[in-house]
Design a protein around this ligand. Structure first.
Ligand SMILES: C[C@@]1(CC(=O)O)C2=NC(=C\c3[nH]c(c(CCC(=O)O)c3CC(=O)O)Cc3[nH]c(c(CC(=O)O)c3CCC(=O)O)/C=C3\N/C(=C\2)[C@@H](CCC(=O)O)[C@]3(C)CC(=O)O)/[C@H]1CCC(=O)O
Ligand SMILES: NC(=O)c1ccc[n+]([C@@H]2O[C@H](COP(=O)([O-])OP(=O)(O)OC[C@H]3O[C@@H](n4cnc5c(N)ncnc54)[C@H](O)[C@@H]3O)[C@@H](O)[C@H]2O)c1
Length: 203
């Protein structure tokens, strides 16, 4: 049973084993959240080198074969070599040591899976099919991306600001709830104006 959770990965080390197409997708996934990532790959794809150069030292590349010692001190391990047997051995070792892992060549036995994610600033919409169809996750991700476009990043920033001022300025819980629920139906300009007026009148 795979349960969606939001995990705090601040200052946690993530290891990605393998340097191919799947590794690249996972590097990009964790980079969106500013995580610290180590990649160990026998060969490392050019695109991973390019992403690393623009990563503000968030990504460390180690070009060689994986060694079991690489697991030391890691919180999350993504196993994505093209060697099915090796992936299984690494997965068993992670299981033994209580490290969270995804075996990309055998999702069913992994200790977690990554969802497809639409991210707009602090808004994350995650999609999972419990491993049944990554292709369906991808399709739904595209549909959600078309509905929730980039402006949602700023919209959510403003909602956060509104929440801050309303919680400060209002003592009646019913009024608070009403304002916070009404605000999500405003457009960006209405919301900005509402916050400015509210600050002027109440704070
Ligand atoms: C959503 C997404 C997120 C991400 O990976 O970041 C994701 N796979 C994506 C793409 C993708 N996956 C595959 C292809 C090649 C085409 C094909 O074969 O179909 C492509 C490329 C493509 O379609 O473009 C095949 C595949 N996937 C898995 C296996 C092994 C297995 O099933 O056991 C195999 C067969 C391998 C083989 O046999 O060769 C396993 C997993 N893939 C998952 C997630 C997890 C379940 C998520 C869920 O519940 O939906 C899970 C369990 C583990 C994990 O990786 O965490 C991402 C969407 C793209 C996006 O975000 O744009
Ligand atoms: N989970 C998913 O979403 C998903 C999607 C497609 C494929 N897959 C599976 O994931 C695996 C990787 O797929 P890919 O497309 O990235 O393959 P790829 O061929 O592009 O990359 C494999 C990488 O593993 C590296 N490697 C091999 N042996 C190694 C070792 N001993 N130590 C370190 N690195 C080693 C290679 O150098 C290469 O960089 C395959 O098993 C594939 O079946 C999973």
């Amino acid at each position: 049973m795979f349960v969606p959770l939001n995990v705090n990965l601040e200052n946690k080390k993530i290891l990605i084993i393998g340097g191919g197409k799947v590794a690249l997708r996972k590097v990009n996934f964790f980079l969106q959240y500013g995580c610290n990532i180590e990649v160990v790959g026998k060969n490392i794809a050019q695109e991973i080198y390019e992403v690393t150069e623009n990563s503000n030292s968030r990504v460390t590349l180690i070009q060689r074969e994986f060694e079991m010692n690489d697991l030391y001190g890691k919180y999350i391990v993504i196993i994505s070599t093209d060697n099915f047997k090796l992936n299984e051995q690494i997965a068993n070792k992670c299981e033994e040591r209580g490290v969270l892992y995804t075996n990309c060549s055998n999702g069913e036995v992994s200790s977690f899976s990554l969802p497809a994610v639409v991210k707009r600033g602090d808004l994350s919409v995650a999609i999972s099919t419990n491993g049944k169809s990554p292709a369906l996750s991808k399709k739904i991700k595209k549909e959600i991306s078309d509905i929730y476009k980039n402006e949602y990043e700023e919209f959510l920033e403003l909602l956060g600001e509104l929440r801050y001022v309303v919680l400060k300025g209002e003592s009646d819980d019913r009024v608070k709830r009403k304002l916070l629920n009404e605000a999500v139906n405003m457009n960006i300009n209405e919301l900005r104006e509402f916050i400015n007026n509210y600050r002027g009148e109440k704070l």
